[in-house]
Design a protein around this ligand. Structure first.
Ligand SMILES: N=C(N)NCCCCNCCCN
Ligand SMILES: [Mn+2]
Ligand SMILES: [Mn+2]
Length: 288
């Protein structure tokens, strides 16, 4: 099947199925047009796919071989250079097209900057948005653009989607006050633990869209990202939360965003690829 806005790319190395029969559908969004500090997230989708070549498809934690699961990869979205809204429109239209041909598919976005999560959320209309991020992303506008990566959670909340954020350690006073006014729950990275995650996420309505801005992890794991911040989360802390979420909530979609880098085998892409495999593996382990 051909999508209006996608083109073929490097693929994962195990047998992939078509988007019509897949359970998981990977879509790259190589966009970094509003990156404000470190560029390179446009290379994220390719770097993550390449990093997966280094990993075993068998997830020994779960006794699941994801190569046996129905996964499709529909390539990357053709971005509109410098325009986060028009590119997110293409993401939205691509995900809408996918859901028309395969309503049961779970889209997995590989970014590319966080602004593009909006397109997937607009298409999927989840009841809740659970996000791991160093940043609140609740700015009204940043660098004269309301669709800047620093505004994505505000745009999503304006759609009426409930939000819970984890790993936060950066934001403005206005964003903190906005979160307070709007009842947006967030946990500072220094206060994060599994119990705090379950306590906030358990009452959220389903389905849930799970977004991981890779800068939620500690800087040692993700040196190549758009707006790096020290003092982040540990890898297995996030995986443990993902496992609980997958087991206890219906998932509308998933993404791993803000993976930048300039070379193959980049540490940040390896972290993202491992997380990707654990998400798919945990979904594969879940009772039908
Ligand atoms: N959501 C985000 N990634 N936010 C980052 C926005 C840019 C913050 N730089 C502020 C620099 C002030 N000197
Ligand atoms: Mn961030
Ligand atoms: Mn973000």
């Amino acid at each position: 099947m051909d999508f209006l806005y996608t083109y073929e790319t490097l693929k994962l190395e195990f047998p992939l199925v078509g988007p019509e029969e897949a359970k998981f559908v990977i879509l790259g969004v190589p966009f970094d047009g509003t990156t404000s500090f470190k560029p390179g997230a446009r290379f994220g989708p390719t770097l993550i796919r390449h990093a997966t070549l280094n990993l075993e498809s068998y997830i020994l934690d779960y006794d699941v071989d994801i190569a046996e699961l129905p996964i499709a990869d529909i390539g990357d979205v053709a971005v509109v250079a410098g325009d986060p809204r028009k590119t997110a429109d293409r993401v939205r239209e691509t995900v809408e097209e996918l859901k028309r041909v395969n309503p049961g598919a779970i889209p997995i976005l590989l970014g590319g900057e966080h602004s593009q999560t909006l397109g997937a959320v607009e298409a999927l209309k989840p009841a809740s948005y659970v996000v791991f991020d160093a940043h609140l992303d609740l700015r009204e506008s940043y660098e004269d653009n309301p669709y800047n990566h620093a505004c994505v959670a505000r745009r999503i909340g304006e759609l009426g989607v409930r939000e819970a954020m984890f790993g936060i350690r950066s934001g403005t006073r206005e964003e903190v006050e906005y979160a307070e006014r709007e009842g947006i729950a967030w946990v500072h990275a220094r206060d994060y633990d599994f119990d705090a995650f379950v306590e906030l996420v358990k009452p959220l309505p389903e389905p849930v869209y799970l977004s991981v801005d890779i800068d939620a992890f500690d800087l040692s794991l993700v040196p190549s990202t758009g707006t790096p911040e020290a003092g982040g989360l540990k890898f297995w802390d996030v995986v443990e939360a993902v496992e609980w979420l997958v087991e206890n909530k219906r998932i509308a979609g998933f993404d791993i965003m803000e993976v930048a880098g300039s070379g193959l085998g980049d540490v940040t892409a390896l972290t993202a690829a491992k997380l990707l495999f654990h998400f798919i593996g945990a979904m594969g382990k879940r009772r039908p």
